[in-house]
Design a protein around this ligand. Structure first.
Ligand SMILES: Cc1ncc(COP(=O)(O)O)c(C=O)c1O
Length: 364
């Protein structure tokens, strides 16, 4: 029985129909007498799954032909090392610090070169996206790094930074397939699939073919070289086969709803239900600056930690789970990924209103 609304930031809610289809195919995939989990990654059956998934992703995101799609492992965090190891030629890069994950990527990159902070909102606890329309970028910088949607702080870039012609590298983990993007604005887009696409264990990287080269930092392990994975079409070693199969199913689900423009509209409607309530509430308030708000992760709180804790406890009894904010910011966070139905957001807001009107929190 799925009797809860799961607001987890990731691993996160998946479309019910996709889970049902996967369950139906669990014991016997297309008459093979085997589960997808059991078939060889070198088999014809799996080759069709990975080819179709890549092809469907290319169509859905309108990925130009001169971009390569890679299915990788090691979580999004391993990209924080692979990016400098593969892209550093002059030993310099620029990072835009807008949250916890961008800062982690920056700290990791410092191990490999001279890293400049092109813009940052850290001084204001990452509550907004800084103006990136005229960044000061070093002439020799190898790339400019950004994180599109800040899962923990609930902020999002609403326009592309001006990197002055330098390659833009964008972590899209928590906004992947939530709306259309112009892929060619970026040298590389990458993200873990565990929020909007599939179970945890797979990273998808989409990069311009010119970025893929034999020239990488010395001692870069074979497994951490993009060229190795590109040359072998993501089958250098055993890939996470089941996750790739699940991504394929989620893409087809998005297609069935009408594609990314439709997805964006649905996501805007869902987020508006919660933001509108937050803007009218006298108990709860949103943590992200209005112009930087994320559609995927909505952060909010009350003025009291004790009231927040009581709200989280009571919410759980009402089937609202994983609503606790990240420890870096506290309060609450509702992740409204693609698979969260609008009824779930309405249920949350109804309960927030009930909690606020009950006055239970006055004693805290
Ligand atoms: C935007 C973003 N980047 C990176 C990560 C780290 O992902 P992983 O745990 O797959 O390394 C997360 C995890 O939540 C994230 O939200």
């Amino acid at each position: 029985m799925r009797n809860v609304y799961n607001f987890s930031a990731g691993p996160a809610v998946l479309p019910k129909s996709v889970l049902q289809e996967a369950a139906d195919e669990m014991l016997d995939y297309k008459g093979s007498g085997m589960s997808v989990m059991e078939i060889s990654h070198r088999s014809f059956l799996f080759q069709s799954i990975i080819d179709e998934t890549e092809q469907d992703l290319r169509i859905l995101m309108n990925i130009p032909d001169d971009y390569v799609v890679l299915f990788l492992q090691g979580g999004t965090s391993l990209q924080f090392s692979m990016i400098p190891m593969n892209f550093m030629r002059n030993g310099k890069a620029d990072y835009i610090l807008t949250g916890y994950w961008a800062k982690k990527a920056y700290e990791e990159a410092k191990r490999y070169g001279k890293i400049n902070i092109a813009a940052s909102s850290e001084g204001d606890n990452f509550s907004y996206i800084p103006d990136c329309s005229d960044l000061e970028i070093d002439q020799d910088s190898d790339y400019v790094y950004m994180c599109e949607n800040n899962t923990i702080y609930g902020t999002k870039f609403h326009c592309c930074p001006n990197s002055h012609g330098k390659v833009l590298v964008n972590d899209i983990s928590s906004s992947f397939l939530s709306e259309p993007m112009n892929v060619s604005d970026y040298g590389m887009l990458f993200g873990g699939v565990q929020k909007n696409l599939a179970p945890a264990g797979l990273v998808i990287a989409i990069m311009h073919k010119d970025l893929i080269s034999d020239t990488v930092l010395s001692n870069t392990p074979t497994m951490l070289q993009y060229k190795i994975h590109a040359d072998k079409k993501s089958l250098y070693n055993t890939p996470p086969t089941y996750n790739i199969y699940m991504v394929g199913k989620v893409i087809k689900w998005i297609q069935s709803l009408g594609g990314l423009e439709k997805m964006k509209g649905l996501n805007e409607r869902k987020a508006a239900v919660l933001y509108d309530y937050l803007d009218s509430s006298s108990l709860f308030y949103g943590l992200a600056n209005a112009g930087s708000r994320s559609l995927m992760n909505v952060t909010f709180r009350t003025k009291s930690d004790a009231v927040d804790a009581e709200f989280i406890k009571q919410a759980e009894k009402h089937g609202i789970v994983s609503i606790k904010g990240h420890r870096a910011i506290g309060g609450m966070r509702a992740s409204l990924y693609n698979a969260m139905p609008i009824e779930g957001v309405q249920h949350l807001v109804d309960f927030m209103r009930e909690f606020e009107n009950s006055g239970d929190y006055y004693a805290k």
